[in-house]
Design a protein around this ligand. Structure first.
Ligand SMILES: CCCCCCCCCCCC/C=C/CC(=O)SCCNC(=O)CCNC(=O)[C@H](O)C(C)(C)COP(=O)(O)OP(=O)(O)OC[C@H]1O[C@@H](n2cnc3c(N)ncnc32)[C@H](O)[C@@H]1OP(=O)(O)O
Length: 264
């Protein structure tokens, strides 16, 4: 096994031949800030160019949490320029993962709300710890914000039209058992078996010739990717306009307070 050290917040190492394991480690909850998003993108870009790499397992090194989603502090009280730069990085992460040529498997070893759920849904396969304390889903409306169309598309492509209406409008967070039932995740296993099961699943995916699998994946995902690709700048503008509204900033502020109080 070759080890590959990456910059802050991320470690990636080779286990199974041709398979990289990316472990997010940005304490306390792997919230996706600009730095972590950039690190993840650079790491994926490198792996994508590495001919010996065929698969990627993404998991968390933080206890109880896969990823808390986008870092709210990157969108709260920040300048429009900063928000725009942040949003471009979010788009970049989604485009790279959703369009990856690698087999990507999410080993979801903790809660995965909002952007964390999005990230997991960009993968080819999802294995989640069966711990009923964990939750996963796109809860944006609960924060008073609106998930953009490509979040919606990713969910719709994963769980279907009607389930997306309910999930997205109500901002539902699902238990692992519920998430399995609606197809948001593909498999549940005891917490200590998430990574080994991901490795087993990877073996199955890698038995398929890369070329055939990649073309098939692209055929299925390309229309969704093209939709964002041809609207990237408008999407950034929309985001900045939306997130800069006083009412939205207020909602985010209230939500952050709630997160802190809940802890106390
Ligand atoms: C009108 C036209 C509209 C057109 C649309 C335009 C486009 C607009 C788009 C706008 C969409 C933006 C999309 C956003 C997607 C997101 O991802 S938003 C983030 C949502 N995330 C959450 O709701 C998760 C919140 N966190 C939690 O629920 C919990 O932290 C946890 C379950 C993940 C873990 O729980 P626990 O282990 O108990 O840890 P905590 O004590 O709660 O947290 C520790 C620490 O971290 C802080 N924190 C948690 N999450 C975040 C986060 N996402 N960002 C920043 N900070 C976070 C938390 O406050 C604690 O801080 P302190 O230690 O108290 O300082």
């Amino acid at each position: 096994a070759t080890k590959m050290a990456l910059r802050a917040g991320l470690r990636s190492k080779r286990g199974l031949t041709g398979v990289a394991v990316m472990r997010m480690q940005s304490p306390p909850v792997n919230s996706l800030n600009l730095e972590l998003l950039t690190d993840i993108c650079i790491a994926l870009e490198k792996l994508e160019m590495d001919k010996s790499c065929r698969g990627l397992i993404i998991t968390s090194n933080q206890p109880k949490v896969f990823s808390a989603g986008l870092d709210i502090l990157e969108m709260y009280g920040k300048s429009p320029e900063h928000c725009g730069e942040f949003w471009k990085a979010v788009q970049e992460m989604w485009l790279k993962f959703y369009g990856s040529n690698l087999v990507t498997i999410a080993a979801i070893n903790g809660s995965s709300p909002a952007g964390g759920c999005l990230m997991a849904m960009t993968c080819d396969y999802r294995i989640m710890a069966d711990n009923p304390r964990y939750s996963i889903g796109l809860n944006e409306t609960q924060l008073g914000i609106v998930a953009p169309f490509w979040f919606k598309d990713t969910l719709m492509n994963t769980v279907g039209h009607r389930t997306t209406e309910m999930a997205l409008e109500l901002g539902l967070l699902y238990s692992p058992a519920e998430a399995l039932k609606i197809g948001m995740v593909d498999q549940l296993v005891p917490e200590d078996q998430v990574l080994t099961t991901a490795t087993e699943a990877m073996t199955k995916w890698l038995a398929i010739p890369d070329h055939a699998r990649q073309i098939t994946k692209s055929m299925i995902r390309k229309p969704t990717i093209d939709k964002l690709m041809s609207n990237r700048e408008d999407d950034v503008k929309n985001f900045v306009k939306f997130i800069s509204k006083d009412s939205i900033q207020k909602s985010l502020g209230v939500y952050l307070e709630m997160l802190k109080k809940r802890k106390a």
